[in-house]
Design a protein around this ligand. Sequence first.
Ligand code: NAP
Length: 307
Amino acid sequence: MSNEYDVLIIGGGPAGLAAGLYAGRSMLKTRLFEKELIGGQASITDIIENYPGFPEGITGFELAEKMREQAQKFDVELDMNEVTSVDLIGALKKVTTPDGEYTAKAIIIASGVRPTKLDVPGAAALTGRGISYCATCDGPFFRDKRVMVIGGGNSAVEEAIYLTKFASKVTIVHRRDQLRAEKIVQDRAFKNEKVDFLLDSVLSGVSGENSVSAVTVKNVKTGEEKEVGVEGIFVFVGNIPNTELFTGALDMDEVGYVITDDALMASIPGIFAAGDVRKNNLKQVVWAAAEGALAAVSAEKFIETQG
Ligand code: NAP
C-alpha cells in the first residue's frame, strides 16, 4: 500500500481522534500514529462529567473508545507506533516510525502532554512500587491502605476522590494553602470523610525497601519535617508537552507548547497543532476535541490551496 497520505496525525488522544474524524469524513487519506494509549491522558481518567452529551458522565476509557470507533468509521488508519522523527519542511512532509516512512501534505500534531515526575530523594527507585501517575490503573492495588496524592489541581483532587473507593485514607499534599482545582471538585473533597489535607506542604523524601512505606513531609512555611507512613503516592503535579520531536523546528513557548495562529497552523506551513500540546487557555477534553476538528478543517483548506 502507498505510504502517501493527505494528512498524518501524531497522537491519538481526543484532539488527534477528532482531527481524524474530521479529516476522514472530508475524504482525506489519513493515518494516525499513537505510541501508547488511544485516548491519551483522558483515557486514564475515571469519570468525565463535563463532556457534553453524557449527562451521567462517561469513563475516559469509554469516551476514548467511542472517539476511536467514530474516526475509524471514516477510514482513518490507526497505527500503534511511535513516531521517531519528522521532516516538516517542503511540500511533502515526512513521518518516520520503526515500521516505515510516510509522507503527507499536512501534519497535525496532537501529541499531548505527559505527567511531571516526582523529583524528591528516593522517588525514582520506587516508581511503580507504590509511586503512581495513574489512579484508575493502580488504585485497586491500594485497597484498605493509606495513600497520598500530591498536587492541588483538578487531576489531584478528582483522582483523590476516586481513590477513596479503595484506600482507607487519602491525604492530599499541596504546596500552597489554597487548592487550584475547580470549586465544585474542592467541595466534594472537603465533604469526603476519607480525604484529609496537608497544606503548605511538599514531600522531601520517600522511603521503603521494595515498596513505599513512608514519606517525609515538609511544611514550607515553618520548615518543620515529619515522617508519615503511607503505602501509595499518586502524583499529579502538572504536565510537560510532548514536543521534543519538534524542538528547534517549530515556534514554541518557554515550556515547549506549540504556538499556532488562529487556524491552528504552526510556524511551518502545513503543520498544525491541536489539544493539550498547543499553547492555549483551556486544557479540557471538549476543547481538545474542538481543536482537533479545527486543525483538520484548516489542513483541508491548506491542502486545497496547494493545488
Ligand atoms: P495543574 O492544573 O497544572 O495542577 C498541578 C498542581 O500541581 C498544582 O496544584 C500545582 O501547585 C502543583 N505543583 C506543580 N508543580 C509542583 C511541584 N514541583 N511540587 C508540588 N506541587 C506542584 O495540572 P492538572 O491538575 O494535571 O491539570 C492539567 C489541566 O487539565 C488543567 O488545566 C486542569 O484544569 C485540566 N483538568 C481538568 C479536569 C476537569 O475538568 N475535570 C480534570 C483534570 C484536569 P500550584 O497550585 O501551587 O501551582
